[in-house]
Design a protein around this ligand. Structure first.
Ligand SMILES: Nc1ncnc2c1ncn2[C@@H]1O[C@H](COP(=O)(O)OP(=O)(O)OP(=O)(O)O)[C@@H](O)[C@H]1O
Length: 233
């Protein structure tokens, strides 16, 4: 089973064809998505996360069709964005992490144990009772990741998760995402050194895929495009 299988996919938002002719058959565990501003990366991430529908073509993610198996896909995937405020809901850190587990109806003890384990993994145990909206930007991003990983997703889609972080927290978040903890990762990033740490990379240009393969080769293709100045502003 291919992790990501897209055939002739288009995404139309309003009256704009944001993605077109997207073909991809990729089974790498960690995939970087790179490309210029406005090239379609976030829309692709939203498509994989089930947040926007394809308007053309066929999509299979983890073998699932988002159009017909949206509920199961949502259970098995987690989406993390660059702005963690949008993802923090509950008043304290541990309540917020526990909130992510609600759909699983685990019961009090099992929930507490899963939350404690996740807080420990992301270095948030000492902040368990801290008001979640008073955290620093980096701590909020760790909390958003904690809320994603506590569900033990098979696929994590992360859109610029290190964008607002200092170097230390960016490294910490990247290490958590790239660590082999039984999940696949699709990582949208402008950080080409981070892209190089993934197993495969996809280059978007003008709303479609321009190159796929080894990160070093795809980054080189991107740098050639940038040098040619052939990308639209
Ligand atoms: N809801 C929408 N309606 C119309 N056009 C949209 C919508 N969302 C995005 N677009 C357009 O689609 C194109 C791709 O946007 P997208 O956010 O996917 O790019 P991106 O590669 O993630 O960019 P960045 O690196 O700046 O985050 C842009 O031209 C954007 O203006």
């Amino acid at each position: 089973m291919s992790g990501l299988l897209l055939t002739g996919v288009g995404v139309r938002l309003g009256d704009v064809d944001v993605l077109h002719d997207v073909d991809l058959d990729l089974d790498a565990r960690t995939v970087a998505v790179i490309g210029e501003n406005g090239s379609g990366k976030s829309t692709f991430a939203r498509l994989l996360g089930g947040l926007v529908p394809a308007s053309a073509g066929g999509v299979r993610i983890l073998g699932l069709d988002p159009a017909r198996q949206a509920g199961e896909l949502r259970r098995r995937t987690a989406v993390v964005f660059s702005n963690p405020d949008a993802q923090i809901i509950m008043p304290t850190v541990q309540e917020d992490v526990a909130f992510s587990l609600r759909p699983e109806r685990l019961g009090r003890e099992a929930t507490a144990s899963r939350v404690a384990e996740a807080l420990d993994r992301f270095g948030l145990t000492a902040l368990a009772d801290h008001p979640s909206h008073d955290l620093s930007g980096g701590q909020k991003q760790l909390l958003a990741l904690c809320g994603a990983f506590v569900r033990r997703p098979e696929l994590v889609v992360a859109d610029e998760p290190t964008a607002y972080l200092d170097a230390r927290n960016a490294r910490r978040v990247a290490d958590h995402l790239l660590e082999d903890a039984g999940h696949r990762l699709v990582l949208v990033t402008h950080d080409l050194s981070l892209a190089a740490r993934c197993d495969a990379a996809v280059l978007f240009a003008g709303g479609t895929i321009d190159a796929v393969g080894e990160p070093s080769e795809v980054v080189a293709a991107y740098e050639r495009l940038l040098a040619e100045g052939s990308l639209p502003c």
